[in-house]
Design a binder for this molecule. Structure first.
Ligand code: XIL
Length: 367
């Protein structure tokens, strides 16, 4: 299962069989179909990724572009129907929630949290402390160490308090490391020193003791200098009783670099520390134009991420960073690359979508 494309193809046949076996002719789309027809929900529709995930013991989430959510009905229907958790792609970032100092704007984030509640989805909060998308008023040269510490404390306290009881997992600290395993040279490290990380977790925990608190980063899928540095940091934080509960592995892959086949080794070492894990921002970009071999490689990338999660007992969520290429962040950030999501611009599922469905189908009832 883990390494060959062949077994994925076998899984494909199994998935098709399962879906057809449960699709009863003439069944109505009434809500009580779920009970009568073995949990398939609406009669002819295949089970959603969220439903398949539920049976496999993992949430399948998506980052949500809240502008698309408001304006694009097909997008909204899929965001509601296909996933069991959501993450705000941008609207919970500091620059979005506090555009003027002391003036909060929670409206877009609140709408997303309301949408999730209505659809029975959990919310991943993203993100409290990051070096990007900070408000313009936060100017490093203008603040003393003591002021900046107060500003950060207040930001975390106000934001976590605002959403108290409504956020499942918070990405408290995002992208704190460089790829060589040293701490990133950010406003936070420069002014406050490495202790800002423990402080951020303690302050978030005080504001919502029930939220699960994550440290989140990219290029930490496999075992490497960065993931090892993070592993050492969270080990130390745990010994110091800092309330860090999980590690978020972003999962931004690119077909030209191959898939991180040692992901389970990496995730299991965090698991053994007693930490939860999640794949928080999965996408697999392709140099454009994409061809069918690259779509297969992309499917393999998504499959490796999902299998890493399923093989790790404490991994309870795989979130894709958007589900349609229409709104992907990739073309703007990586010129010449794109097609990174599991549905294309017309919501046609790619091989990656089938791989997720097949893998979840095969994992049903196993954890
Ligand atoms: C990205 C969003 O997708 C873009 O819309 C935005 O312009 C920049 O940020 N790692 C993260 C995410 O933790 O917050 C980033 O999201 C993608 C990389």
């Amino acid at each position: 299962m883990l390494k060959t494309m062949h077994s994925v193809a076998v899984g494909s046949a199994a998935a098709v069989l399962l879906v057809t076996a449960f699709t009863l002719p003439g069944a109505s789309a009434a809500g009580n179909d779920t009970a009568r027809h073995g949990g398939m929900g609406h009669s002819a529709a295949p089970q959603s990724l969220g439903d398949l995930g539920r049976k496999a013991g993992v949430r399948i989430g998506t980052a949500v572009d809240t502008t698309a959510l408001a304006e694009d009905a097909p997008y909204r229907a899929r965001a509601a129907g296909e996933f069991s958790s959501v993450t705000a792609e941008n609207v919970m970032k500091w620059g979005a929630v506090e555009p003027q100092r002391g003036t909060y704007d929670w409206a877009a984030a609140d709408r997303l949290v309301g949408f999730a509640k209505k659809n029975g989805q959990l919310v991943r909060g993203h993100t409290l402390v990051w070096h990007n998308q900070l408000p313009a008023w936060l100017d490093e040269d203008d603040v003393t160490l003591a002021e900046l510490r107060k500003i950060l404390h207040r930001h975390i306290t106000d934001q976590v308090t605002h959403f108290k009881g409504r956020i499942w997992q918070w990405d408290v600290v995002n992208e704190a490391f460089d790829d060589d395993g040293t701490l990133r040279d950010s406003i936070w490290l420069r002014k406050l020193g490495p202790g800002y990380i423990a402080d951020a977790f303690r302050w978030a925990h005080e504001a919502d003791p029930k939220a699960r608190l994550f440290i989140n980063d990219y290029n930490i899928e496999g075992v490497n200098a960065k993931s090892t540095a993070l592993y050492e940091l969270v080990g130390t934080l745990r010994k110091q009783h800092v309330p860090v509960h999980g590690v978020g592995i972003q999962g931004h892959l690119a077909v030209q670099y191959g898939a991180p086949h040692d992901i389970a080794d990496n995730m299991l070492r965090f698991d053994r520390l007693g930490l939860g894990t999640a794949i928080t921002e999965a996408d697999v970009r392709i140099p454009l134009p994409a061809d069918s071999t690259e779509y297969e490689a992309q499917a393999e990338g998504y499959g490796v991420l999902l299998r890493g999660c399923l093989l790790t007992p404490g991994c309870d969520d795989l979130t894709v960073w958007g589900f349609t290429d229409t709104y992907s962040w990739v073309p703007d950030t990586f010129p010449g690359e794109g097609a990174a999501n599991i549905f294309d611009e017309n919501y046609a599922p790619k091989p990656a979508c089938s791989t997720l469905r097949q893998t979840l189908t095969l994992a049903a009832g196993r954890r």
